[in-house]
Each structure stands twice: as structure tokens, then as C-alpha cells.
Design a protein around this ligand. Structure first.
Ligand SMILES: [Zn+2]
Length: 388
């Protein structure tokens, strides 16, 4: 019992099994306000292994609500600092930290986890992580907040609705219909798009952005600066940062809301790990309205045709398209139908070029093509039905 003394009070909870926790592994995507709290809770409670991923760096404005960071951590990688603090909080848990985009982590990392905690601040990564959870059949606990509102959704792959099932209602249109990175775009298009957002940039500046393959508002928002740092001068990097802060002003966020959302997520995590001994985890969307101290549950149903969790995988989605059209046209259509900003089309083991005409590269009526995007873990199979 000696090693268990640390956990004495929670061992007194009916149904609790510390050995389950000690032998569990959890993955926490994002260690900001919510993720830091979730990680702290899980470490204190004694979950055997925590895997953290966050490519962000600590900033002064994080310190009002990201409890794992101190003033002296400003400028350091969040994942590494968080891991150090968590080891201090509970030296008996093992912590693995990845300071990179979660989309660079493969099955060898994500496949080892019992639960995936999604504590991300953008839909692009949340959609990707949701599709990982479904592919690897891992329960996903997703949490988010905006000002005094928080929400939590639990996904039991192919049993309850995934984040994509109700994407029409839940994923903001702007995030879903992000522009396709199109070859035929020109710098003046970007100038005009920015003008629509009330931002003026010169054509010369837009040309410089194009040289870095930044062609759309979406690219300005999400291109990783560390990836282009070698190609770009300081002036252009500064411009991107400035445009980004105007296009995506940081959301209001309050520590007390983060800790409630994280508390709900952690408790659900305990229920999942205990497999029924601590009651059945709630399903649907849990909404926390902090100023009214109100928690509501919204029922969310599965979409039988969901592109991520539909069971009809043996019969790929049918998609009507003119085979005399180019791959670029197909990409544009896929982008607007599915909300994939960056589709790539794979056919017979190779990636098709934008200029390729489908019929000329051998695509026939009812052939299957695969579409890959940074929004999905695995390429989506589509059966092309000729409309020509
Ligand atoms: Zn789904």
C-alpha cells in the first residue's frame, strides 16, 4: 500500500481503481489553458503515462491562465516546459513531450494511448484529431472555450457522434470553407480578399507572400512560420504576424472557465478508463455557461453519411463529376463540398497534377480515387460517377 499513500483520498471513492490509472496512457493535444489543466489533473491523479503535444511557445499573455508556465518560461516550447512541471507535480508519472504539430505524429505515438484529450484552439487540428480518434478507435474528449462559455464533447468512435457528424452546425463556416489553395490564384486576388476583411496590402507585398506559397487568407492564418523562416526575411514574417493578428484576434479566455472545462474533461476521462465502475460517461455536447453557473447537455446524433465515422466504408462515397474536367476543378469542387482547404487527389497509387484531365490519366466511370487533406488522418475514398 506504500506507493498508494499519495492517492489515499481518491482510493476511498467507490469504484475507484488506481491500478487502472497507473497502467493507462493518455494523449493530450495542446497544453494551453485547458490542456495544461487537464494534464495537471491527470498527473496528480496518477495516470501512468502522459503524452503531450504542442508546437507553441510560452508568451506573457498565456500566464493569466496557463498554470504550468512561469515568467521565466517565456519563449520556451510549451510541451517541454509542461512536461518538466508535470514531473515535479508527480514524479511517479512518466511524461513524453512533442513540440511539434500533432499532424506530424503518427500511429506509433497516437496508437499507444487509451484516451485522446483534444485541447486545441483551432478547428483545423480538431478535425484532424477527430479523424485519428475514429480511425484508431480511441475515445476522444474534446474541450473548448470562448469567454464565459465552455463546451465538451466525448466521441466514442462509431458509437456516438464525432465532431464531423454535425459539422454543418458546429464547425464555423469560415473554418470549414477555408479557401482552396489554387494554382490559378494571383497576388491581386489576395489583395482583394484582404480588402474584404478591411485590410490594405500592396501588390508587391502580396507577390512576396505568393513566393512563400501564401496565397489565401487561410494560408496567412495557418502557414507555420517556423517552416518558412529560412525562406522569408524579417520584414515579411512581421507582415504575416501582423495580418494574422488582425484576421484572427485572440479569443477572450478566462482561467476559471478553463479549469471547469478541464475538470469536466478529466472526470469523463476517469469514467472512460474505469469502464463503467464510475458510471456511464455523458454523451452529446456539454455546454457550460459560466456567468449563469449552468451546465446543459445537447443531444447530437450521428450522421450516417459522415465522411469520418460512417460505417459504409465498404461502399465508398459516390461523387458525380465530369471526367473531362481537370484535377484542379475536382479539387475546387471537393474543397467546397467537404470543406477541405487543401485536397490532394490520389489515383492508382499516384498523386494527380492539377492540369491532369481525369479521363486522360485513365480515370473511368465508377473508379475509386482517394482524397487526402490535412483535415483527415486517412485519405477519403470516393467513387467517381461520370456525369459527362
Ligand atoms: Zn462522424
Amino acid at each position: 500500500m506504500t506507493g498508494m499513500e499519495r492517492y489515499d483520498r481518491q482510493l476511498r471513492v467507490e469504484g475507484w481503481d488506481q491500478n487502472i490509472l497507473l497502467s493507462s496512457t493518455v494523449f493530450i493535444a495542446g497544453v494551453g489553458a485547458i490542456g495544461g489543466e487537464v494534464a495537471k489533473n491527470l498527473a496528480m491523479m496518477g495516470v501512468g503515462k502522459l503524452i503531450l503535444a504542442d508546437y507553441d511557445y510560452v508568451e506573457l499573455s498565456n500566464l493569466s491562465r496557463q498554470l504550468l508556465f512561469r515568467d521565466q518560461d517565456i519563449g520556451k516550447g510549451k510541451a517541454v516546459v509542461a512536461a518538466e512541471r508535470l514531473r515535479e507535480i508527480n514524479p511517479h508519472v512518466s511524461v513524453e513531450a512533442y513540440g511539434q504539430d500533432i499532424r506530424e505524429l503518427g500511429e506509433e505515438v497516437l496508437g499507444r494511448t487509451d484516451i485522446i484529450f483534444s485541447c486545441l484552439d483551432n478547428w483545423a487540428s480538431r478535425r484532424w484529431l477527430n479523424s485519428v480518434a475514429v480511425s484508431l478507435e480511441k475515445p476522444l474528449v474534446d474541450g473548448a472555450m470562448n469567454g464565459f462559455y465552455g463546451n465538451v464533447q466525448v466521441v466514442f468512435p462509431r458509437k456516438t457522434a464525432c465532431l464531423e457528424c454535425q459539422s454543418i452546425n458546429l464547425i464555423p463556416r469560415e473554418e470549414k470553407l477555408a479557401e482552396c489553395t489554387l494554382k490559378r490564384r494571383r497576388p491581386e486576388h489576395l489583395v482583394n480578399d484582404l480588402k474584404e476583411h478591411g485590410i490594405t496590402v500592396g501588390l508587391e507585398e502580396a507577390e512576396k507572400l505568393f513566393q512563400l506559397n501564401i496565397k489565401t487568407i487561410y494560408d496567412i492564418k495557418y502557414t507555420r512560420l517556423d517552416m518558412i523562416a529560412e525562406l522569408a526575411d524579417d520584414q515579411i514574417l512581421k507582415l504575416i504576424e501582423e495580418l494574422r493578428s488582425r484576421l484572427m484576434p485572440p479569443m477572450p479566455a478566462v482561467q476559471s472557465v478553463a479549469s471547469v472545462v478541464a475538470g469536466i474533461m478529466t472526470t469523463i476521462g476517469m469514467q472512460i478508463l474505469h469502464q463503467g465502475r464510475l458510471g456511464k460517461p455523458p454523451t452529446g455536447l456539454i455546454v457550460y455557461d459560466a456567468l449563469n453557473s449552468r451546465l446543459s447537455r445537447v443531444k447530437i446524433s450521428r450522421d450516417p453519411n459522415c465522411i469520418v465515422c460512417s460505417e459504409n466504408h465498404s461502399a465508398p462515397l459516390e461523387f458525380s463529376f465530369d471526367l473531362n474536367e481537370t484535377v484542379l476543378k475536382l479539387k475546387e469542387t471537393l474543397a467546397s463540398v467537404f470543406g477541405f482547404p487543401d485536397p490532394e487527389v490520389l489515383y492508382a497509387g499516384r498523386r494527380l497534377d492539377d492540369e491532369d484531365v481525369l479521363a486522360k490519366v485513365g480515370v473511368k466511370d465508377r473508379d475509386i480515387i482517394y482524397v487526402s487533406t490535412t483535415r483527415l488522418f486517412e485519405p477519403l475514398a470516393i467513387r467517381i460517377v461520370s456525369s459527362s
